[in-house]
Design a protein around this ligand. Structure first.
Ligand SMILES: [Zn+2]
Ligand SMILES: [Zn+2]
Ligand SMILES: [Zn+2]
Length: 329
């Protein structure tokens, strides 16, 4: 961390942190423009570092102890030298919401989490298995958030030197970020004719573009980022990223787990509460075989709790349960 000025006051620390965050931002934009595999890794790593640093710098404006993770608050000297354990980005956003009324909508939080996941993979594993298209769109959205955050939360009330640095950096990166957004839009536009060939297009859990298609008899795949995992994996990712329902979530109470085995193919990839990318209700869809059905066509079997389209005597009963019943008599 570089500290400017010789005074060493806390103002200087914040200035040093903002300086660093802007430097990471510029580096991320620079690496994204190069776009080879190695550069995309640094685009993700540096974007996350930038978001983390700038959000914490904003929080430290409220009070410097707010960015400290330990219950034992460090001395000012330790804080100034960066010698303390800091909170996570998620915690920083939560604290900003409670102490400074800076709220971030859930869609944006999802996009920030995407960058964090990418950063974790880039830092600890590699980005192999990630398509460049996905990395680019996730980073582009993260840059967009960071730009808005700087303009709305950091630039106002910034001390003169810091404000000048912000203005200079934004002037250098704004065009490049704009060009990246245009590339994303152009790629999306070029897919429209292909997307129109599918009756259902969903939001992709990997890149969040409205470009996940369900080809009949095949696993779901994204025409934008080329995400094409096993149907069961895709169903789980869709549930977590788009429906925001996690298998091991403590908040699952009161929320029905949305994934069942498919009536058509038997895979654990038949998902309830599906909406198209343009927010029209679909009902149920299978990410393994592309089968879909409206909510009125599907009921939950009274025998085993799995979805079924069959009723016997007015009671929903799946084929297996009906057969078992028949055997008993
Ligand atoms: Zn995608
Ligand atoms: Zn299926
Ligand atoms: Zn049953």
């Amino acid at each position: 961390m570089t500290l400017s000025g010789g005074g060493g006051g806390l103002k200087d620390v914040k200035w040093g942190v903002v300086n660093n965050g802007l430097d990471f931002l510029e580096s991320s934009v620079h690496h994204l423009a190069i776009s080879d595999n190695r550069s995309l890794k640094y685009a993700a790593l540096h974007l996350f570092a930038s978001m983390e640093t700038l959000v914490k710098a904003r929080l430290a404006r409220e009070h410097w102890t707010l960015v400290v993770a330990d219950a034992n608050v460090p001395t000012r000297a330790a804080f100034r030298s960066g010698d303390f354990k800091s909170i996570s980005l998620g915690q920083a956003l939560q604290r900003l919401a409670s102490v400074a009324d800076v709220t971030i909508d859930s869609k944006t939080v999802g996009r920030i989490k995407d960058v964090e996941k990418l950063r974790n993979r880039a830092a600890h594993f590699s980005l192999s298995g990630e398509t460049p298209e996905r990395v680019k769109v996730v980073v582009a959205r993260g840059l967009d958030f960071t730009l808005h955050f700087i303009e709305k939360e950091l630039r106002p009330e910034a001390p003169t030197g810091e404000a000048r640095l912000i203005d200079e950096t934004l002037e250098r990166v704004r065009d490049a970020i704009g060009r990246i957004q245009v590339l994303v839009e152009e790629r999306m536009k070029s897919l429209q004719a292909n997307l129109a060939a599918y009756s259902i297009v969903l939001d992709c859990p990997a890149c969040r573009q409205g470009s996940l298609v369900l080809p009949s008899g095949q696993a779901a795949r994204c025409l934008y980022c080329l995400y094409n995992p096993d149907g069961e994996v895709c169903a789980e990712e869709y549930s977590a990223s788009i429906l925001e329902i996690f298998r091991h979530s403590p908040t699952l109470e009161g929320v029905d787990w949305p994934i069942y085995s498919c009536l058509n193919c038997g895979a654990e990839a038949f998902v309830n509460h599906i909406y198209t990318a343009s927010q029209e209700e679909v009902g149920w869809a299978c990410f393994a075989c592309g089968y879909y059905a409206s909510t009125t066509e599907i009921e939950i079997c009274s025998g085993c709790g799995s979805p079924t389209d069959a009723t016997r005597g007015g009671v929903p009963l799946c084929g297996d349960c009906a057969a078992a019943k028949f055997e008993r008599f």
